[in-house]
Write a protein that binds this ligand. Structure first.
Ligand code: ADP
Length: 474
């Protein structure tokens, strides 16, 4: 597949040569995209700025119609888009198709929610005054997205931005740009006017510089690492851009002694091993109450040892390759460090590397302790360390002892213990007996160094709106 930029209503391949896109399961080339930089990014931003006045004045009903056409095309082509996604990213085909459906769910939800952007009138303290509060689209939006969800991360920014009346410039991840190209082809077919949607692939730092410094970009929305998020925040201080940052996480999973263990194992499996552990909301460390730690560990080991590892395009595969060598080495380093510090491997703890493909086996560790790397650095791999605790207060303390605050999970059948946990965990997303809480209708995002802002739900639309207060003197 030969990827292209989409700028001002035209496909093109300008830039400094091409970037090869590799299949992490085979080490073979899947295709290329042009290696764009400042010039392409600037043109895309200018096109989006030129299109903004007319797009922002269309009715939301017109915008919703276009979004729904895109939504329908995406679902009609979900196998095709899913296959590209698996080939460049590695996740099992069923998960990839699931990601395309999940992306479409953001498009339809925001097509509807866009119709409910309401203002307010406020009673004034002086006679003859009227106070109006109006909502307006923020302006040109630039988006930078990561490789682990190439479809969903872009869709959940693009859909609310377009519904709100913003124009859009996307930069997909270098490792997985082809899914975005295919999604743009479908969006073009849906009929978005010239300049409203733009796509530029290439050098992250060069394109990122244009996004953060160009005065016409009014909003930067980013998903990726905390380090890069901080860098972008510093850069965008110059232009005082509106920012949404979805950054790293280090999710705790807490299993209390009254938990339904079937639910807890199922939830921990879903949270830990989805996408081979390469999601920002993946459970990273599991805390289990002392009296049930043995039984839970054994059940998790049994479930993990049944997972089939391999090429995501092969039937029945549940764990694909890790994205690259660095990803593999990180899992390996975390496991070795844990074992050196006293952890025991119940299953996994090793992997297979060949032809530039890196498969790590689902791993369950017991006797984990807080001094281990895996207990405080984001692993981004299929490694589940289990540590025991005594009291609910201790579990909350352990869970909150991190600079991250994205997602946390706990399992309990008790209303009062669950309420205590949900109120005291310093996390933006809390799954109570639920290992997969994310959905288009709900606000997704982190506290602390996991970011700023929310995606999904009303908050996910608000992120693309400005508030204008109009004071009228009669
Ligand atoms: P991940 O670990 O998920 O790859 P990164 O933060 O490294 O997270 O990358 C997320 C996205 O940010 C990718 O699209 C990447 O190309 C882009 N990116 C990385 N460094 C920069 C930078 N300095 N400026 C702008 N974008 C960047």
């Amino acid at each position: 597949m030969e990827g292209r930029h989409y700028i001002n209503g035209e496909w093109n391949t300008s830039g400094n040569g091409v970037i090869e896109v590799m299949n992490p399961a085979t080490g073979e080339q899947v295709g290329t995209v042009p290696n764009g930089g400042e010039e392409e990014a600037t043109k895309a931003v200018e096109a989006a700025a030129a299109a903004f006045p007319s797009w922002s004045k269309t009715t939301v009903y017109e915008r919703a119609e276009l979004l729904m056409k895109w939504h329908d095309l995406l679902l009609e082509n979900k196998e095709d888009v899913g296959k590209i996604l698996t080939m460049e990213m590695g996740k099992p085909l069923a998960e990839a198709i699931g990601e395309v459906e999940y992306s479409a769910s953001f498009i339809s939800w925001f097509a509807e929610e866009g119709k409910r952007v309401y203002g307010r009138t406020i009673p004034a303290s002086k006679p003859g005054k009227r106070i109006q509060v109006n909502k307006q689209p923020v302006g040109v939006v630039a988006s930078i997205t990561p490789w682990n969800f190439p479809a969903a991360m872009m869709a959940r920014k693009m859909a609310p931005a377009l519904a709100a009346g913003c124009t859009f410039v996307a930069k997909p991840a270098k490792l997985t740009p082809l899914t975005a190209v295919r999604m743009y082809e479908l969006a073009v077919e849906a009929g978005f006017p010239k300049g409203v949607i733009n796509l530029v692939s290439g050098s992250a730092s060069k394109i990122g510089k244009v996004f953060t410094s160009h005065p016409d970009v009014r909003k930067l929305t980013f998903t990726g690492s905390t380090e890069v998020g901080k860098e972008l925040m510093k850069q965008s201080a110059e232009t005082m851009q509106n920012l949404s940052l979805e950054l790293g996480g280090h999710a705790p999973i807490i299993v209390l002694d009254d938990a339904d263990l079937d639910l807890a194992v199922e939830g921990a499996m879903a949270s830990k091993f989805r996408n081979a552990g390469q999601t920002c909301v993946c459970g990273n460390r599991i805390y289990v109450q002392q009296s049930i730690v043995e039984e839970f560990s054994q059940r998790l080991q049994e479930a993990a040892s049944k997972l089939k590892v391999g090429n995501g395009l092969d039937e029945g595969v549940q764990i694909g390759p890790l994205i690259d060598k660095d990803g593999y080495e990180k899992s390996d380093r975390h496991v070795k460090d844990a074992v050196e510090k006293g952890a025991k491997v119940l299953v996994g703890g090793d992997g297979r590397t060949e032809n530039n493909s890196y498969f790590y086996n689902p791993t369950v560790l017991v006797n984990a302790s807080s001094d281990m790397l895996v207990m405080h650095e984001e692993t981004f791999g299929p490694v589940a360390p289990i540590m025991s605790f005594e009291t609910d207060e201790e579990a909350v303390k352990l869970a909150n002892d991190t600079r991250f605050g994205l997602a946390a999970y706990f399992f309990t059948e008790s209303m009062s213990r669950g309420t205590y946990l949900s109120e005291n965990l310093e996390y933006g997303i809390v799954g109570w007996n639920d290992g997969a809480p994310s959905s288009a209708q709900a606000p997704f995002g982190g506290m602390k160094e996991s970011g700023i802002g929310r995606e999904g739900g009303q908050e996910g639309l608000e992120a693309f709106l400005e508030t204008k207060y109009v004071s009228i003197k009669l």
